[in-house]
Design a protein around this ligand. Structure first.
Ligand code: HAM
Length: 416
C-alpha cells in the first residue's frame, strides 16, 4: 500500500538542505545559551502520563485533546512528551537537584501534539526548551527574555518579532480574577460556546484563550487580569517591565495573553511574528513557581521558555546556513584512483572536506565536482603522479597550477 509509505500526517522528513537550517538554529542557540551559563541535558521522549496530566492542566488543550497516550506492554500509561518543561521538572526532582539551585538547563528535541496540522504547526515538531529552576526574583524573568531576544537577534530575525508580555499575577490575583470572570461570563452564558460553558466551570481563565468567534467578542469586554492583581503581583510586574526597559528590549503589554498551560504565574511572554500566518508564536514561556511543588518536590520558583525550531527555520534567511564547500579529487586512471583514496583519507584527517566520486571519467567527475559546489579540485593524472605532482584547479577562477605532492596541504590552506 503506497499510502503507508508517506510519513504520518503532521510529521515530516527533514532532508539535509532543510536540516542545515535546523542545525544552524540549534548551534546558535547553544552558543547564546552558553553565554548565560545554561547547560544542555536530555530527558526521555516519553514519560508516565501523570507527569503531564498533573502539571499542564486537565482543561488545557494539550491534556484534553492533543496527547499521544498509550498503554505500554507492561500496562503503564505512557505519553509522548508534548513539551519539555514537565519532564525537566520531573528530572529535577528525580535527581535531587534542589541542592543545586539556581539550576540552568536546556534541552533540544522533538515534541508531539495531536493538533490540526497547518503551516508552522506539526504533530511532531522540535523545540529548544530552556529552564531556570530556583530563581524567584524578577531579574530572572528579565534575563530569560533578554536571552530569548538575543537568540532571535543572533538568528537575524529580531526585526520580524514582537515581544508580547503579560503578568498572570500570583495565586491570590488569579483566584480573585477567577471570581470576576465567573461573574462576567455567567451573565453571558447563553452566548458562550459549548466548550467554554465547560471551561466556565472548570477553568474560566481558559475562555480567554478560546478560538470561537462568539467567545472572542465576549472576551473583548471581559474584566482584565490587571483589575485583580495583588500589590505584590503589581510590584513584580513593574520590576520586570523596568528591567526590560533598562536593557532597551522592546515589548508590548498584551493583557489578554494567558498561555495555554496551567503551570504559569506572574510573567507570561511570547515572541510573535506576522510572517508565519496563523501560527504566530516562535518563542514563548513564563514563570512557574508552583510546578515543582505540585509534582512533589520542594517549592522551586522557576521560569523558562521554548523556541519552536521549525518556526524559526521558516523565518531565518536561508543563506545564513550554507553548506561547506568541498575540495574534489579527480583521479585519472586506476593507479590514480588508488592514490586519490589515500590522499582523501589523509586530507580528511587534516580537517579538509573532500569529495571523491567512486567512479567515472574526468568529465563525469568534473561535473560531479561542480554539482557538489567544490571550491577546488585536485586533478591527478598518471603523468603528474609519476613526477610527484597534482594539478590544483580553483573552481571559481578556473586557474590551474602544478603542486608538488609534499606541498598539497599548504596549497590547499586557502580552501579550508
Ligand atoms: P508552548 O507555547 O506550548 O510552550 O510552545 C513553545 C513554542 O513551541 C511555540 O511558541 C512554538 O514556536 C512551538 N510550537 C508549539 N506547538 C507547535 C506545533 N504544533 N508545531 C510547531 N511548533 C510548535 C511550551 O511548550 C512550554 N513548555 C514553554 C516553557 C518552557 N514554559 C516554561 N518553560
Amino acid at each position: 500500500m503506497t499510502t503507508k509509505l508517506q510519513p504520518v500526517r503532521g510529521t515530516k522528513d527533514i532532508l539535509p538542505e532543510e536540516y542545515r537550517l535546523h542545525h544552524y538554529v540549534i548551534s546558535q542557540a547553544r552558543r547564546v545559551l552558553a553565554g548565560y551559563g545554561f547547560q544542555e541535558m536530555v530527558v526521555p521522549i516519553f514519560e508516565f502520563t501523570e507527569v503531564f496530566k498533573r502539571t499542564l492542566g486537565d482543561t488545557s488543550d494539550i491534556v484534553s485533546k492533543e496527547m499521544y497516550t498509550f498503554e505500554d506492554r507492561g500496562g503503564e500509561s505512557i505519553t509522548l512528551r508534548p513539551e519539555a518543561t514537565a519532564g525537566i521538572a520531573r528530572a529535577f526532582i528525580s535527581n535531587g537537584l534542589s541542592q543545586h539551585v539556581p539550576c540552568k538547563m536546556f534541552t533540544v528535541g522533538p515534541q508531539f501534539r495531536y493538533e490540526r496540522p497547518q503551516k508552522g504547526r506539526y504533530r511532531q515538531f522540535h523545540q529548544v526548551s530552556v529552564e531556570l529552576l530556583g530563581a524567584k526574583e524578577p531579574q530572572a524573568d528579565v534575563e530569560m527574555m533578554a536571552l530569548g531576544y538575543q537568540l532571535l537577534s543572533s538568528l537575524g530575525v529580531d526585526d520580524k518579532v514582537t515581544l508580547e508580555l503579560n503578568s498572570l499575577g500570583d495565586a491570590e490575583s488569579r483566584q480573585a480574577y477567577r471570581t470576576l470572570l465567573i461573574e462576567y461570563f455567567s451573565d453571558h452564558k447563553q452566548q458562550l460556546s459549548e466548550e467554554s460553558v465547560i471551561r466556565l466551570e472548570k477553568n474560566p481563565l481558559r475562555i480567554l484563550d478560546s478560538k470561537d468567534e462568539g467567545d472572542k467578542q465576549l472576551v473583548a469586554h471581559a474584566p482584565a487580569l490587571a483589575d485583580a492583581y495583588t500589590a505584590e503581583a503589581k510590584e513584580f510586574f513593574a520590576e520586570v517591565k523596568e528591567g526590560l526597559e533598562r536593557l532597551a528590549i522592546p515589548y508590548v503589554h498584551n493583557s489578554r495573553l494567558v498561555r495555554g498551560l496551567d503551570y504559569y504565574c506572574h510573567t507570561a511572554f511570547e515572541f510573535t511574528t506576522t510572517a508565519l500566518g496563523a501560527q504566530n508564536a516562535v518563542l514563548a514561556g513564563g514563570r512557574y513557581d508552583q510546578l515543582i511543588k505540585l509534582m512533589g518536590g520542594v517549592e522551586t520558583p522557576s521560569i523558562g521558555f521554548a523556541a519552536g525550531i521549525e518556526r524559526l527555520v521558516a523565518l531565518v534567511d536561508a543563506s545564513r546556513a550554507v553548506a561547506l564547500r568541498p575540495i574534489a579529487l579527480i583521479p585519472i586512471g586506476k593507479h590514480a584512483e588508488q592514490e586519490a583514496q589515500k590522499l582523501a583519507y589523509m586530507l580528511r584527517q587534516q580537517g579538509f572536506v573532500i569529495e571523491l566520486a567512486y567512479s567515472g571519467n574526468v568529465g563525469k567527475r568534473m561535473k560531479k565536482a561542480n554539482k557538489a559546489n567544490a571550491c577546488a579540485a585536485l586533478i591527478m593524472g598518471e603523468d603528474e603522479l609519476s613526477s610527484g605532482h597534482v594539478v590544483l584547479r580553483d573552481m571559481d577562477q578556473g586557474q590551474e597550477e602544478r603542486v608538488a605532492f609534499d606541498n598539497v596541504i599548504d596549497s590547499l590552506a586557502q580552501y579550508r
